[in-house]
Design a protein around this ligand. Structure first.
Ligand SMILES: NC(=O)c1ccc[n+]([C@@H]2O[C@H](COP(=O)([O-])OP(=O)(O)OC[C@H]3O[C@@H](n4cnc5c(N)ncnc54)[C@H](OP(=O)(O)O)[C@@H]3O)[C@@H](O)[C@H]2O)c1
Length: 236
């Protein structure tokens, strides 16, 4: 099995590399930090470090076209700007969309035509289900990803499975900087167990932890005026 994992140098991506290195023939481990990727290649088997900035969409397209016969693509690399009540500058907004959303199509444009069968995994977020004012670009980029996942799944069925995963809070560098209460915060291993289960069982869409997912679903059933009041309270 040939695998591509983006965001492989840290957090969820690194843990996925570690687990799939036991099963894969080759893993293309994509991230910017060359030193961390080299350490990863020393520690685990079958890793090919790919130093790539997902914000550089032309480089991502080139890489996608250069890889043949991939069986599993895990689009995991992403950024989240620090939560802020101020209006996001355009440059930061664009960067978030380039990395979290457009880089995925830039990669898959080259990879998909060379894939006969296999799985494409998109790592979205429960944050995609709520437009929190303090994380506007992140939530919007992940909401766009949910729509992309649905289109892609039905475009590529039945040969290529598309799996969209919506995690809640997991302890990584991305969440360590958050200074607000994160309900049902999970340890890295626990979160990646859930992600791996969704990949291996081939769930079309998988949101976890269920308690937080159902709370968000309930929130989304409230009248908009009440949702807005609550979101404005949290934003202040
Ligand atoms: N942690 C959570 O609570 C949580 C919850 C829901 C969803 N998620 C999603 O899960 C995925 C992984 O998150 P994480 O928590 O593991 O984040 P993380 O610890 O911050 O790691 C992010 C990874 O993405 C890579 N990355 C960031 N910017 C990049 C760029 N411009 N080019 C190439 N690689 C880049 C980083 O590598 P380099 O810095 O070396 O480039 C790193 O390997 C993301 O899609 C995130 O949105 C996380």
């Amino acid at each position: 099995m040939n695998v591509i994992i983006t965001g492989a140098s840290r957090g969820i991506g690194r843990e996925l590399v570690k687990r799939y290195s036991k099963k894969a023939h080759k893993i293309y481990a994509v991230a910017r930090n060359e030193k961390k990727l080299k350490e990863l290649a020393k520690e685990f088997k079958n890793i090919e470090p790919v130093v790539l900035d997902l914000a550089n969409l032309e480089d991502v397209r080139k890489f996608g076209k250069s890889v043949k016969n991939v069986d599993l693509v895990i689009c995991n690399g992403a950024i989240s700007l620090p939560h802020s009540p101020s209006f996001t500058p355009f440059e930061d907004f664009k960067k978030t969309f380039d990395i979290n959303f457009l880089s995925i199509h830039a990669l898959l444009e080259g990879v998909v035509p060379n894939m006969k069968k296999g799985k494409i995994v998109l790592i979205s977020s429960l944050a995609s289900l709520i437009g929190a004012p303090s994380s506007m670009p992140y939530s919007a980029s992940k909401r766009a990803l949910n729509s992309y996942a649905q289109s892609l799944r039905n475009l590529l069925a039945p040969d290529i499975e598309v799996i969209n995963i919506l995690p809640g809070f997991i302890k990584t560098d991305m969440t360590v900087k958050n200074d607000f209460y994160m309900p049902f915060l999970m340890e890295l291993e626990e979160g990646v167990d859930e992600i791996q289960k969704a990949i291996e069982k081939g769930y079309k869409e998988y949101a976890f932890p269920k308690r937080l997912y159902y709370l968000i679903k309930l929130f989304n059933m409230l009248p908009l005026s009440l949702q807005d009041k609550l979101l404005q309270k949290v934003a202040k």
